[in-house]
Design a protein around this ligand. Structure first.
Ligand code: TYD
Length: 232
């Protein structure tokens, strides 16, 4: 693993100028970890467990949609309080992400750049998975083209039917929670993993059907060797 932080500009400019930039060319943002999974797969539980184990000093945990102005509007859409076109929703997720990554001092790029591990519940893979069924893959991909990839992507693998069962015990349905929908979302998750398979990002597909404690241990085994944690 390289320990050099590669800036976005450094990575893209020469390739754009030479007209040789492949579609999937991306920068990896060091110290940036993402957890993804279907609704009901347990990403939020695992984020909390990692945060408790690693501690505030060594890691920052965060999530998308964020609790910023754009993220709050997105949550109103998810609760059906505001109605927007699928394309506008996809643009909002992307705008929220732009703020999340680039905000000076508090953004993911700034914190990861200081050497702290940043663990994020959902990222651009969620947009590709959830927005593509309505907006088309290319549209969503282009909205997310400028964002860096995480160093490590942890995908919580839980069959859609089991996620559905888990969701039934929760109150109220959000926008994307039907079974057939979840199957389409899973299909697009897999497509996104394929699309980024040559980028250097490390993908770990984790069995999400075992106990939360066992899942946590599996995630911890992956992250505990990370250089940003070994420094302490
Ligand atoms: P999340 O907060 O993980 O769900 P919950 O509040 O139920 O724990 O995510 C909210 C929903 O937003 C989830 O169904 C996935 C969806 N989503 C997208 O559709 N696109 C995106 O880019 C992101 C980040 C989330």
């Amino acid at each position: 693993m390289s320990t050099r932080f590669i800036s976005h500009e450094f990575c893209f400019t020469p390739l754009i100028k030479s007209g040789m930039m492949p579609d999937i060319m991306r920068c990896i943002l060091e110290n940036f970890i993402v957890i993804e999974g279907l609704d009901g797969s347990g990403t939020t539980t695992q984020l909390e467990k990692l945060a408790n184990r690693i501690g505030e000093e060594r890691c920052a945990v965060t999530f998308e949609p964020t609790d910023g102005a754009i993220g709050l509007l997105i949550r109103q859409v998810l609760r059906h309080e505001v109605t927007l076109t699928p394309q506008a929703i996809a643009r909002l997720f992307s705008a929220d992400r732009g703020e999340h990554i680039e905000s000076p001092a508090t953004g993911i790029r700034a914190i990861a750049g200081e050497g702290k591990l940043v663990i994020c519940d959902r990222y651009l893979f969620s947009s590709l998975a959830y927005q593509s069924p309505d907006c088309g893959w290319d549209f969503v991909f282009s909205l997310n083209e400028s964002f860096p990839l995480p160093e490590i992507l942890l995908f919580l693998d839980v069959p859609p039917a089991l996620c559905q069962k888990r969701m039934e015990v929760r109150n109220g349905k959000e926008l994307y929670e039907d079974l057939s929908r979840q199957e389409a979302i899973l299909h697009n998750y897999k497509r996104s993993f394929e699309a980024f398979s040559q980028t250097g990002m490390k993908l770990h597909v984790i069995n999400g059907t075992v106990s939360p404690e066992e899942i946590h241990e599996n995630m911890w085994n992956i992250l505990s060797e990370h250089p940003s944690l070994l420094r302490y």
